[in-house]
Design a protein around this ligand. Structure first.
Ligand code: ADP
Ligand code: ASP
Ligand code: MG
Length: 411
């Protein structure tokens, strides 16, 4: 008998019929003698709908009230799932984040979990009940409702699994595992039997939204066995494993390709070449709480500098405004903004021990006539910024170039 924390995402609980089939799935695990803590998301589309309502009230909705509002989505699902379980004859109890008590810091809309009280959940499990917990939410020290950021139910699942020392945290979703790239974009994408925490963390940070970044961080830190599986189709899914558990033989050079459509590029051109200017520019952006991703600086023939960097698309107007002020201050010539870009990245721990990965990447893009605007690398990833209209072509070309295409027909 094992204890599983099973998280069901929005599409898995998108209708009452789907909630009933989730209940049946959980019932099957109970029949096999397993203890189950289920974490559920809001029904698909509900969180977006609630955010839309908030924006009808205030241009920039109050963060505390936003959390009170969006946390209701998950509260609906926990109650419905418990009703469905009871209807099948199983004991079940629902809890909001605050009722469990999932204590977080007070950063509304992006709170971090600090502590979890397992008393009520353990007592219920001992009584043979299925525990159903609302994902994505907690409370701060003053009992204000907080939420964990978009996709945060994954993190609730992993955090509960860590606190309860569960045998496995299972993330049930609308795809049957983690793929070499988003299977909705590349048809020949292949399901990975396993992927290391390190690679999954890069994939998530670089745009693969199948798991929230923090959930992977959490699982790595507390060594929670984590598996991504389909709600609708039986199978073993993808296991996220420790680096050491991968033998060299199995290690592909590139494990996956991630992409992010949410970035925009800003350039400040004709900057006088003197010490401290890059600091002046980037600190002004930092002070406005805008995160910078890729940065490139080049020296022009006249010895002036051009500095280009990327930010989240939501921040581009704010960043452009700040840059224009800084440009006047330091005597730079021009500021340009471009939100028609995208970042494509290849990820793999195997890159550490293989040379020539970058040249394979660049030649595959060159063959498709795709211009690389910026490049950034780390030990296990290479990212390029390209024109967004080439996104799918680039991902497909790289997928083939690194031998990731699915050549065996899956039944
Ligand atoms: P949920 O509602 O269950 O949390 P999400 O929409 O957050 O589901 O995550 C699942 C989606 O992630 C898939 O439908 C898929 O389009 C997308 N995705 C992106 N990259 C990958 C990848 N490498 N492997 C699998 N799915 C991916
Ligand atoms: N319902 C929240 C969202 O849509 C949290 C989640 O689904 O993980 O972002
Ligand atoms: Mg999700």
């Amino acid at each position: 008998m094992s204890l599983f924390v099973q998280k069901f995402g929005g599409t898995s609980v998108g209708t009452t019929e789907k909630i009933k089939s989730v209940a049946k799935k959980i019932a099957g695990f109970r029949d096999d003698g397993h203890d189950i803590v289920a974490v559920v998301s809001a029904m698909s589309g509900e969180t977006n709908r609630l955010i839309g309502l908030a924006h009808e009230m205030q241009k920039v909705p109050d963060a505390r009230e936003m959390d009170v509002l969006v946390s209701t989505g998950e509260q609906v699902t926990i109650a419905l799932l418990c009703m469905a379980l009871k209807d099948l004859g199983y004991e079940a109890r629902s809890y909001t984040g605050g009722q469990v008590k999932i204590l977080t810091d007070d950063s509304h809309t992006k709170a971090r979990i600090q502590e979890i009280d397992i008393e009520k959940m353990s007592a219920d499990l001992n009584k043979g009940r299925v525990v159903v917990v609302a994902g994505f939410q907690g409370v701060d020290e003053e009992d204000n409702i907080t939420t964990l950021g978009r996709g945060g139910s994954d993190t609730t699942g992993v955090a509960l699994a860590a606190a309860l020392k569960a045998d496995e945290c299972q993330i049930y979703t609308d795809v049957d595992g983690v793929y070499t790239t988003d299977p909705r974009v590349v048809e020949s994408a292949r399901r990975l039997e396993r992927i290391t925490f390190e690679e999954m963390l890069e994939m998530a940070s670089l745009g693969s939204k199948v798991l929230q970044i923090r959930s992977v961080e959490f699982a790595g830190k507390y060594n929670v066995p984590l598996r991504v599986l389909s709600t609708f189709k039986d199978g073993t899914g993808t296991l996220i494993t420790l680096d050491e558990e991968y033998s060299d033989m199995e290690q592909p050079v590139v494990s996956g390709i991630a992409f992010n459509r949410d970035e925009a590029k800003l350039s400040i051109l004709g900057i006088p070449d003197s010490p401290g200017v890059a600091y002046k520019i980037l600190s002004a952006i930092g002070e406005a709480n805008i995160e910078i991703d890729v940065i490139v600086q080049n020296i022009a023939a006249d010895q002036s500098n051009d500095l280009t960097f990327t930010v989240h698309r939501n921040d581009v107007e704010k960043a452009e405004h700040i840059l224009k002020n800084v440009a006047t201050d330091i005597g730079a010539r021009e500021v340009r903004a471009d939100d028609k870009i995208t970042k494509v990245s290849i990820v793999g721990v195997g890159m550490r021990s293989h040379a020539g990965v970058a040249s394979t990447m660049f030649s595959a893009l060159a063959e498709e006539n795709i211009n690389i605007q910026m490049i950034t690398t780390s030990e296990i990833k290479i990212s390029v910024i390209i024109d967004e209209k080439y996104l799918e072509l680039a991902v497909r070309a790289l997928h083939t170039a690194f031998g990731l295409d699915n050549t065996i027909e899956e039944s």
